[in-house]
Design a protein around this ligand. Structure first.
Ligand SMILES: Nc1ncnc2c1ncn2[C@@H]1O[C@H](COP(=O)(O)OP(=O)(O)OP(=O)(O)O)[C@@H](O)[C@H]1O
Ligand SMILES: CC(=O)N[C@H]1[C@@H]2OC[C@@H](O2)[C@@H](O)[C@@H]1O[C@H](C)C(=O)O
Length: 387
């Protein structure tokens, strides 16, 4: 199948803004990467979104937040007029997979009308409805990235956002739906506790370039104690809330700020090291993406703690700022082709599932969907048909 030119957009948990990035793909192989851009939320926009965090559709302030998200995306995505398809993640406001619900603000139907192009959105609902965690969804894209960089041996991607998550990929298994082609799970805390202590002590949103942590000393006893948390004994796939270690980490937060930052950095490295022991086979390298890769204290600690080389994804020609936006462009194409987007080994879902609604602008004929219906590989339950 000819590659589709798709643009993906992601509004992450740090609420800084929206990333957009284009790729050409058939939903299996990456043909090439395209342009990318970023639009920061204004303080006013951010406060509207923040007011709606933890709320569900129909509750106060959610409609206002959705409008902010839709408007920001419409502005950022308008210049991508050549893209044939849009993958729109939206902004997660609430996520409760145990109650089988998740909520990303922003209506893809509205965006389809405004942009005049098909929009794939609501990527997580089908997965949680089938008992999955609804996250992470990027692993399918990591599998494609591993093949794009020509990896021969199993490797791992580590995303360092608010929490850390690892994807183990066996590139020899070219069909990602194959058993043991992928394994993904959250490793433990990442930037969130460091950001919180920087805000509390310094009035800064994060520890720029690891300056605070690099001044401090690690408290090894508290690292060992945190690593005894029951989460580390659970088998993957497994996932975490942003603040899951707030109580367990109170003793670390009580240290002087530089020691606390250094100790959290050591916790990040120790939890990733532990995560590697839960993988089917040791990866030959760890490729780091997400904002935490820009913190030298974290990269140094990972390098010292891990048995394999640790490198930012830029080393293999990928873009660590745009990987998530690219992932939702890629996933949009998979949804349009009826291919699965999550698997029992990535989200714990009971069966592989293609999650995502497709919204078309008025009057557009659904050519791609016809192709998907004829595709013999279309063997997954699809969210669109279940509605
Ligand atoms: N120069 C830097 N030095 C240290 N840390 C940094 C730097 N740049 C970014 N970060 C960290 O990365 C975080 C942002 O990471 P990222 O953009 O991956 O988050 P996100 O996409 O919003 O999160 P998630 O992936 O959890 O949705 C910041 O909050 C900060 O902690
Ligand atoms: C529910 C939700 O929005 N989860 C996000 C969040 O941000 C990072 C991490 O937590 C990851 O699990 C996920 O996003 C990425 C893009 C994912 O699904 O792979």
């Amino acid at each position: 199948m000819e590659p589709i030119r798709a643009v993906g957009a992601m509004s992450g948990t740090s609420l800084d803004g929206v990333d957009a990035a284009e790729i050409w793909t058939d939903g299996e192989t990456i043909a090439r990467f395209g342009a990318s851009s970023y639009r920061a939320y204004s303080e006013t926009e951010r406060s509207v979104i923040r007011a709606a965090l933890g709320r569900w559709p129909g509750e106060p302030t959610v409609a206002e937040a959705a409008e902010v998200v839709e408007t920001a995306h419409a502005r950022l995505l308008a210049p991508y007029a050549q893209a044939d398809l849009v993958g729109f993640h939206g902004q997660t406001l609430a996520h409760d997979p145990d109650a089988r619900r998740t909520h990303q603000a922003g209506d893809g139907g509205v965006l389809a009308q405004v942009l005049g192009r098909p929009v794939v959105w609501d990527f997580r609902t089908a997965d949680v409805a089938l008992g999955g965690q609804g996250a992470p969804l990027a692993p399918a894209f990591h599998h494609a990235c591993a093949r794009w960089i020509g990896a021969q041996a199993p490797l791992a991607f580590l995303n360092l956002g608010g929490v850390g998550n690892l994807t183990w990929v066996d590139p020899a298994k070219t069909d990602m739906a194959e058993d043991r082609a992928l394994l993904a799970f959250d490793t433990g805390p990442a930037n969130a506790p460091i950001n919180d202590l920087c805000m509390d002590w310094l009035g800064q949103p994060f520890d720029r370039d690891g300056a605070l942590a690099l001044e401090g000393e690690v408290h090894p006893g508290l690292v060992a104690e945190l690593l005894r948390h029951p989460y580390f004994y659970k088998m993957p796939p497994k996932s975490l809330d942003r603040d899951a270690f707030r109580t367990a980490g109170a003793a670390i937060d009580a240290l002087p700020p530089s020691h606390a930052a250094a100790t959290w950095v050591a916790v990040i490295a120790a939890s990733v090291r532990h995560g590697l022991t839960q993988m089917p086979q040791p990866p030959d390298r760890l490729l780091v993406t997400g904002g935490g890769r820009l913190n030298p204290a974290i990269l140094d600690a990972l390098t010292a703690a891990l048995p394999c080389p640790v490198r930012p994804v830029e080393d293999v020609g990928l873009d660590g700022d745009m990987l998530e936006a690219q992932a939702f462009a890629y996933l949009a194409v998979r949804v349009r082709r009826g291919l699965p987007t999550s698997f029992p080994d990535t989200t714990g879902v009971s069966a592989q599932v293609g999650g995502g609604q497709v919204s078309l602008p008025d009057g557009m004929v659904d050519r791609l969907s016809t192709v998907a219906r004829q595709d013999p590989r279309r063997r997954v339950r699809h969210a669109q048909q279940d509605r």
